[in-house]
Ligand binder design. Sequence first.
Ligand code: SF4
Length: 894
Amino acid sequence: MNDILTRTLTTCPYCGVGCGICASETAKGVTVAGDSTHPANFGRLCVKGSALAQTLGDKGRLLVPQLNGENCDWPTAINAVAEGLQQIIAQHGAGAVAMYLSGQLLTEDYYVANKLMKGFIGSPHVDTNSRLCMASTVAGHKRAFGADVVPGCYNDIEQARLFVLVGANMAWNHPVLFGRIQAVIQANDDARLVVIDPRRSASCEAAQLHLKLRPGSDVLLFNGLLSFLAEQGKLDHRFINLHTEGFASALASAQQQASTVELVATGCDLPVEQILQFYRWFTEQPLSLTLFSQGVNQAIDGTDKVNAIINCHLATGRIGKAGSGPFSLTGQPNAMGGREVGGLANQLAAHIDYSDKTQQALVGEFWQAPNLVQQPGFKAVELFDAIERGEVKAVWIVATNPVVSMPQADRVKAALARCPLVIVSDMYQNTDTLAFATIKLPALGWSEKDGTVTNSERCISRQRALLPAPGQAKADWQIICDVARAMGFSQGFNFSSAAQIFAEHAALSGYKNKGQRAFNISALANLSAAQYQQLNPVQWPVTEDRLQGTARLFADGEFFTASGKAQFVAVYQRTLSLPSAATPLLLNSGRLRDQWHTMTRTGRAVSLMQHYSEPFVTLHPADAALYGIAAGDFVQLSNASGQMLVRAEISDSQRSGETFVPMHWSAQFASQARADVLFAAHTDPISGQPALKLSQVALRRMSPDWQILLFTREPLSPEQQAVFSQHYLARMPLANCQSYRVGLMAGLDPMQLVQQLQFIPGVTCRDSRHDALTGYRAAAVENKQLQWVLFAGTDLVEVDPLWLNQQFSASFSTDNHLQLLSGRADQSGAIDNSALICSCFSVRSKAICRAIANGADSTAKLGKLLQCGTNCGSCLPELNQLLRQQLSLTSEGA
Ligand code: SF4
């Protein structure tokens, strides 16, 4: 403990829980722990947050600006951006330039980007990847409350007794908050968790009820709940009469489609008893929180789903009260901050949109903006369509990876390839999107940035720098201000610190705000630099009469609508599209426990890559049988938009006829596993959010001629990786090398592969047992260092990856080549390559099952024996699942 050089309180850069982190720098490097004082996590971190220190370091970073593939200095890069934009504006107008931003940005970065485009350049085309994540909630909130406001706070969790999770696998995607829910359930006999999800996710392990409903039928389910509440006489008529409008039409619409539980059961494809159970629990328990996320938002009727949920809370008066309310869980660390500054194309700034000309004018007045935009711009899908059409000719992409994350990702790729000016600010040197950049701008990342973020409960926290800038990387706000000044907009962009930008942002929020606008942090507008540096987490609004912030809104029944009343919205369940003969399976996508977005950061953490090392599709056993597919087989998924080549996972967590793929893999980690190529660009007509939870695919089993494990000292170059474009390839970084799992589909054998990869010459060892029919093993050593080793067979060769990884760290003698080519330390020793369950202590399923067989019958006992689950606790749902499965096997056998 004595050797700590600095200790910095900051926040996690991953999910919208927004956990506080205490980062310590010692002579040995940085370590991270949960900040025990932060109100989001009180010291806890999940597996991703705990592994943050593994993601640090300059390796793989973009350290110098680049222009047309050549390194350049900052003045050259900034002038190239400014002149490039100015030329296009001069020829085609300001509407020909656009920015595409990210919920990873800090609020200060977001603020200047939005100000530059919407106030000074005069282009409304600023959108953000939050469009893919939260836009339906924004639209639903605005329809119901008149403002984009999450009514409650995290402390409601401890006061609630019924938790309804809709389209939210919190156990994996908001783990620390889920831990708080689990604690309430364990401590209170009357507390219950209901999970509404077409998949049996890890969150179901803690649930008393799982409604495995037909995908997309959520509106019907909640319309049924509204009808049921009315029928049972459980409406809060006083609240409805005093504080809401539109109830009669919302109820009529609900009753039209969902007048009986039987009708709901048929539409949702659920047993009547399960629906009744949920409805009774909700009816009886006023302390009910409904938490929702991407499963609600990412749909063609995402906004209606949000309002169907809010309708039930308004009808019971369960809003603005401790322990109850609808609760949107943001996906990203600063999705909320982006919404506050106006980062979405249909917002202007500071919660002012384009619907009120008087409010709009205030923004122009405050900014003294020469070119204030008057109309909304292109939302994300529209933006890339406009780039494809050639209407937008310059796009500046900041801190996001649309070539992986956008629907119809191959179309996005093609659109960027033909866009005359693509500027990309990023912290890494290789991403799928950077490959299309004319100008690359090196940006600071987490651990170097300084600013603020806002989490799911409206809590603004500081993200503080703990390390110096690597290379020539700069803060995004600095880069944007440099470009603004180079374009002649010195007046509005003379900021010299994030603190100054925050002060202006806070002042704008309060500018002539007489209570019409929910977002108001004007009490923070005069913070000194030192006060900004010390700023503690605080929930907005933060005004002179609420200096300590505001935990909960709407307690007084006053809303931000013109009438001051909340609005019921009449919503109807849309007809659900059915799979076609050509694409007979439904496809869902989502996140994994140990990965974040497109893996640019989490893919660097070796421990996080062990949980799921390869891209996969989950199939129901009946579908697997129908297609003749076994676990681990190679499977091609395809539709008119694109195709994926992944491994099969078989589980009855899926409904029959439905499949699931993770959304994380990019071309940096796999040859054909970008999930979003399979999702058409269908969007919610109100929010513009793409429907990334529902597509349709055909499925085909693929049989590789050769299965190869390849370990290389350095990652394959993009050119080398291109050799595998028609084959299966998945990369798994290890501490000292890269490991690749390859399936050669046809037309290439391992010998040709080595040639095509142009691997370094050297001492190449061939296995004396070499047999062209069944196997081939080879390696190369140069300067006593192992460069690569390859194991090929018609079946997969079993090797010990951890032992092989060690061979890359030591001086290597070719005398040892036979042992190297055996792939393991000891031929007789067993290798455990089973699924990694606990990333913190590298505990695999085989060891856990052995411990259960030997009598460990609880997570506590497993933790004592193997340590699993004793650090961050993110694996506890999987431990419970293994316990349940193994113990039921034992009792069946008894
Ligand atoms: S729950 Fe995990 S990923 Fe989310 S903010 Fe906390 S530590 Fe980070």
